[in-house]
Design a protein around this ligand. Structure first.
Ligand SMILES: NC(=O)C1=CN([C@@H]2O[C@H](COP(=O)(O)OP(=O)(O)OC[C@H]3O[C@@H](n4cnc5c(N)ncnc54)[C@H](O)[C@@H]3O)[C@@H](O)[C@H]2O)C=CC1
Ligand SMILES: O=C(OP(=O)(O)O)[C@H](O)COP(=O)(O)O
Length: 342
């Protein structure tokens, strides 16, 4: 059993905790959270031991009467691996504390790539992280790109990638974010950080990315043009992507027209929190003109990195090879088990 502690129990941390709990070879030691709020209470109700930063819980979380197990320092000491899912930048502040222990760490994509010796996407570069003391799961957008580009590169060769990322303005509870009525170049400089981030897991890929942020909370959408080394048929691209359990081919013809439709599908499948762990590639968007492939995909920002965090834990623990780990994770969560309609 791999004993896992989760430091930071928000959008990503609570999903990672539930996913660890679902694995046959992992157990949740506990979760650590700064604010003693309704999310902390829900963690305890769910059966997770709750730890707080050593400086004690701040008092902004309200007056919930919640039973505490100990300090974050104790959680780190009791865990084989810590998943740090604290807000962007806090993970880097925590890095020194982790480094003073034998506990390995999975950081998140909000941290700079320098926070750990490797960056991680299970489909792209699992082996580089095996046995390391720390890794960083690349961001939700970068995970979505790496999962798509890896099989295309293996099967057809990828000469270059050009992607416009239509970024959601914030997660559903982030009422302080926006825009509420605009389309914002984000960043206005080109390339956006996603190009360099993709190269942390796929260093040989020639990639250009541009970002705009829109008033939406459900998912990101990527508009991609990929220059391939060969000229495959549309059917060959379909077949290549259909092999990937973390890619779902969705179809407008089946009413999967929008991000809202994709999220509703996940709720209809009784998925926990309505999570869509897979890249959703619109089947009808796949077009090939010689060596140029175009497509549209949607990425559920709260969910796609969750299976990757689980595989990153196994890689740090040197527990399995990439394919075995991905399969255990997929089976335990139900990733790709609904089957593409396309
Ligand atoms: N929300 C998203 O769509 C995605 C986020 N990420 C990355 O995941 C990381 C976490 O992001 P979210 O889950 O969205 O953040 P969040 O704000 O939803 O959750 C952060 C959690 O950490 C807790 N926290 C704050 N300071 C703490 C401290 N000093 N010690 C322990 N806990 C503390 C908060 O109480 C909260 O439970 C960031 O690096 C982010 O960039 C990556 C992919 C997608
Ligand atoms: O990692 C993410 O996005 P990113 O890949 O665009 O940096 C998550 O959606 C969080 O992004 P945010 O920092 O804009 O909330």
């Amino acid at each position: 059993m791999i004993h896992v502690g989760i430091n930071g129990y928000g959008t990503i941390g609570k999903r990672v905790a539930a996913a660890v709990d679902a694995q046959p070879d992992m157990t949740v030691v506990g979760v650590s959270k700064r604010s003693l709020d309704h999310e902390a209470a829900a963690a305890v109700d769910r059966g997770f031991d709750l730890y707080v930063p050593d400086t004690a819980a701040d008092d902004s979380g309200g007056s919930c009467d919640i039973s505490l197990t100990g300090s974050t320092t104790a959680l780190i000491a009791e865990s084989d691996i810590i998943v740090d899912a604290t807000p962007a930048g806090v993970g880097a502040d925590n890095a020194e504390q982790y480094a003073q222990t034998d506990t390995a760490v999975v950081f998140q994509g909000g941290e700079a790539s320098t926070v750990a010796p490797t960056s991680f996407c299970a489909r792209a570069n699992y082996a580089e992280t095996v046995g390391q003391a720390a890794t960083r799961v690349v961001s939700c957008n970068t995970t979505g790109l790496a999962r798509l580009i890896s099989p295309l590169d293996e099967q057809f060769g990828v000469a270059s990638v050009d992607c416009t990322l239509i970024r959601r303005g914030g997660d559903p509870t982030q009422s302080n974010r926006g825009p509420i009525n605009d389309i914002v170049p984000d960043p206005v400089t080109v390339p956006s950080h996603h190009a360099a981030d993709l190269q942390t897991v796929l260093p040989s890929i020639d990639v250009m990315t541009k970002g705009v942020t829109v008033p939406a909370t459900l998912m990101h959408v990527h508009s991609l043009t990929v220059c391939l080394a060969s000229a495959p048929s549309v059917d060959a691209v379909h077949d290549c992507l259909r092999e990937e359990r973390r890619i779902e081919l969705v179809m407008s013809a089946y009413g999967q027209d929008t991000c809202a439709d994709l999220r509703e599908s996940a709720y209809d499948q009784d998925r926990h929190r309505g999570d869509v762990w897979e890249n959703c590639v619109w089947s009808e968007s796949i077009a090939v003109d010689g060596r140029s492939l175009s497509l549209l995909q949607a990425i559920h920002q709260q969910a796609d990195v969750i299976p990757e965090n689980i595989d990153a834990i196994r890689a740090l623990a040197a527990a399995d090879d990439a394919e075995t780990s991905r399969q255990i994770t997929n089976d335990a969560l139900g990733v790709g088990l609904t089957g593409s309609l396309a």
